[in-house]
Design a binder for this molecule. Structure first.
Ligand SMILES: Nc1nc2c(ncn2[C@@H]2O[C@H](COP(=O)(O)OP(=O)(O)OP(=O)(O)O)[C@@H](O)[C@H]2O)c(=O)[nH]1
Ligand SMILES: [Mg+2]
Length: 352
């Protein structure tokens, strides 16, 4: 009696042509041969059926499938796996809710969609889906009258956006820079500021090459909110330094966001004076405890277009990609060195 030809793969026509789509000969050597066609099963059963077939034939699932990255924002575990084969620069963006963290990150993506930015060429991203989802509400096809960014959920925890960039240069050996930029809901940072126990949960602080703390321009524009806005940044810095998460090896940037909203305020002279005092105060109080403390202004996405998208973000990107060396000298003086060999160590210059 002739054997009934059937195959579990919906796209295989072995029953009509007698030829296995995967080229197996004899046909019985194909793991799907002789199974009922999974076209007849509903979509949910499809995966279960395939897994059952593979289990029956004792082929581990990992060997028979290629796992493609989802394109969603990366978890810390996924970033760690990425680190196994490429070095990464970590940028940690810190700010209260609505201060503009996600918009700052997405403005970089928007710029690279249009071409080179700040002398860098876009060379790929593991988080294209994450970028697309977050930038959707800034696009005309979202149906919104003005651009917006959806709030980052507290439930998302810590997530990273990835950008792979190459310096625009005639030097073909120019290396790719892998930037991992952290994002999480502003409430987590607010909570850590009120109660330092929560700082331990902010594991991105330990993984940072650059720490960016945002000063919300929208709140600076409102006179009665100014004081609290500036002191929240001061408190954050103080809490991180006192807990040892920031040190003489840390690069910190204080970035005033949404400066388009400060353009036409009535008391701009007063605000500028307050901001200058605030910056001087931070430098006096914390400058010595940090490797670098610098200030800048951005307008990541001005809905009125008085500033171009990612205004001021180019300077940030430059500093993240090509950080200036920190003039940091490790001191050995706290150890009592007596032998000639140890004293030689004291005389040897160390790299920062
Ligand atoms: N005018 C103006 N608005 C901005 C700018 N950047 C961001 N916004 C708006 O500020 C709001 C908050 O921005 P987000 O990027 O979501 O802020 P966030 O810090 O990520 O907030 P959470 O996710 O809640 O922590 C959104 O409505 C943005 O459209 C800017 O440069 N100018
Ligand atoms: Mg956000």
């Amino acid at each position: 009696m002739t054997e009934m030809l059937s195959c579990g793969r919906p796209d295989c026509e072995v029953s009509k042509t007698g030829i296995c789509i995967e080229g197996h000969s004899p046909l019985q050597s194909c793991s799907f041969f002789g199974k009922s066609n999974i076209d007849e099963l509903d979509v949910l059963e499809y995966d279960i059926a395939v897994e059952d077939i593979i289990e029956e034939n004792e082929i581990p699932i990992e060997e028979s499938r290629i796992r493609l990255p989802s394109g969603e924002n990366l978890t810390i575990d996924e970033v760690d796996r990425f680190l196994l084969y490429r070095p990464v620069r970590f940028v940690t963006i810190i700010g209260e809710f609505d201060s503009g963290k996600t918009t700052l990150i997405c403005s970089l993506y928007e710029k690279f969609l249009k071409g080179n930015f700040s002398g860098y060429i876009f060379s790929g991203s593991r988080t294209l889906v994450g970028f697309e989802k977050k930038t959707h509400h800034s696009r005309v096809d979202s149906g919104r009258a003005s651009p917006d960014t959806t709030r980052t959920s507290l439930l998302d925890g810590l997530r990273y956006y990835h950008l792979s960039l190459t310096k625009h240069s005639t030097d073909l050996s120019s290396k790719r820079i892998e930037l991992m930029i952290s994002d999480r809901a502003g409430e987590s940072y607010q909570r850590a500021r009120y109660n330092s126990i929560y700082i331990e949960e902010l594991i991105e602080l330990q993984k940072s090459d650059y720490i960016v703390i945002l000063l919300d321009g929208a709140r600076l524009a409102v006179p009665f909110e100014r004081h609290n806005t500036m002191s929240s940044v001061r408190q954050t810095l103080m809490a991180f330094i006192s807990k040892g998460y920031l040190s003489k090896q840390s690069r910190v940037q204080i970035v005033t966001t949404k400066i388009d909203l400060l353009k036409h305020i009535e008391d701009s002279d007063l605000l500028n004076k307050l901001l200058a005092e605030f910056r001087t105060g931070l430098l006096n109080d914390f400058g010595e405890s940090l490797g670098e403390l610098i200030f800048s202004d951005i307008s990541a996405r001005d809905p009125l277009n008085s500033y171009p998208i990612a205004h001021g973000v180019d300077a940030l990107l430059d500093s993240w990609c090509e950080p200036t060396p920190i003039n940091y000298q490790k001191m050995y003086n706290d150890i009592n060195l007596t032998t000639e060999f140890d004293l030689l160590l004291l005389r040897t210059p160390t790299k920062g």
